[in-house]
Write a protein that binds this ligand. Sequence first.
Ligand code: NAD
Length: 540
Amino acid sequence: MTGLLMNRVLCRSVLALRLRLPMARNASTYLIDDPKYSFLRDLGLEKNNVGVFNGKWKANGQVIQSYSPANGKIIAEVQSASQADYESCATAAQDAWHTWAEMPAPARGEIVRQIGDALREKLQPLGQLVSLEMGKILPEAIGEVVEYIHVCDLALGLSRTLPGTIFPSERPGHVLIEKWNPLGAIGIITAFNFPVAVFGWNSAIAMVCGDVSVWKPSDTTPLTAVAVTKIVESVLVKNNIPGAVAALCVGGKDIGQTLVRDHRMKLVSFTGSTAVGQDVGVEVQRRFGRHLLELGGNNAIVVNSDANVELLLNAALFACAGTAGQRCTTTRRLLIHERLFPEVVSRLKKAYASVLPKIGDPLLSETLIGPLHTPTAVEAYKRTVAEAVKQGGTIEFGGKVIEREGYFVEPTIITGLPHDSPLVKSECFAPIVYCIKIPDLDTGIQYNNEVDQGLSSSLFTENLADVFKWIGPHGSDCGIVNVNIPTNGAEVGGAFGGEKATGGGRECGSDSWKNYMRRSTVTVNYSGTIKLAQNIQFGD
Ligand code: NAD
């Protein structure tokens, strides 16, 4: 069984079921009514929310209850989209595009700047909502909103510097121009684990490029999507711009599939698991649409024989256990030089022990690790740990579900599995790291590259020659190739994304904007005579 397939079996198939706790719809149990969570009202949320925005808020689909993974209680409800609602979003977005595309890019940038400011105003409550609904700790949740703000800053600059090129023509009296135009309407499908930032990465850049969007967020973080859209809406309304420039369509797989098949969505930017992303990619290709795929990772830190162990341990704790292992860039494999292996494993176990008492309510300042997102994720964690033991692995630390309300598990360190075992080669979206011995850097690179995924990687070394080997043609084959930092926690200036089963997409900084525009090569003849390229003579 390949790593990818194993991943599907152990994790995705279970997650797809989206198990829910059978809680009664008792209005009095909703967290939104508890004064402790008054920040929800500051974001314009209510007990019953509408999850469809096409300039107006109106939904006809089924009602989704959004739960806090920290306690399994219902936060509030969101009415999702029916197929007709999706249609109304796509139509309104297309209509809005005509107005939006005609605005000069710097004017669009000004709108995105205002969105950044509106996010700054709501930084605290929006961060709190992300923490409550997704489950990551508050500093990371606030950091996620800051990331969207940073992308707005990046997009503002881009709106005044979007390039076009003039190339020399071989023909006298001719000019060769590369002109970039917006794509039109695009679809954005996002994962649960970055319910703000991933939309922000796409939306801010797409907006300055002149595109409008229909966003289908994860159906387990619908409140965050509604709150973000309300913030964007407030800026659009203030500037008399149609709201459907940033349409929202809360829904599940069915709405996602409709969007993916919709010819009007010139680009589908999909962030999620490799299993779903592979189908999305094929479907979009079937209609010759464009796709941008940001899929699963199986990220490794390679620990060289000369690594600074202190630095490594600081990085590894956050990289492996932070966000309860629910970042696409979480370190899932530690490939440790055999000389350092006993020391690193033993010190990492001590570091894990020190954070164990700091697992809890992600909104509390003393908490370092929050819950898993759903009960199905807990099941996937349990199955993976059991399978690791069955295959001869040793649980060096953790391995158990924490008996308390909510979906908490112990961060887990496993040794003794072969580097190429299907389990090690799969992504289980939980805080499980496999420690594997390597005799040298070349082997570390080989193990790093042998998995299906190619998202993030990092080498800990003090050796300059090894740094350049690592980042060179025979080094890491990932989209993110770090040195002496964790595999997670990227900045917005660079292009973010990965190779192979991670999908090949790039978002955010660098030249990622090209994904959101179409390129025309334009030749203008001002010579008054027709001259063919390559000096071809045709007739007289
Ligand atoms: P998921 O694949 O279950 O869902 C992602 C989104 O796809 C959700 O909005 C979901 O409703 C939608 N969806 C489900 N089936 C669909 C279908 N058939 N057609 C269209 N849309 C469909 O992923 P998840 O559990 O929400 O997120 C975790 C996964 O996302 C992990 O694998 C993680 O590595 C990955 N991820 C990757 C990145 C990245 O940038 N590479 C970032 C965040 C998360």
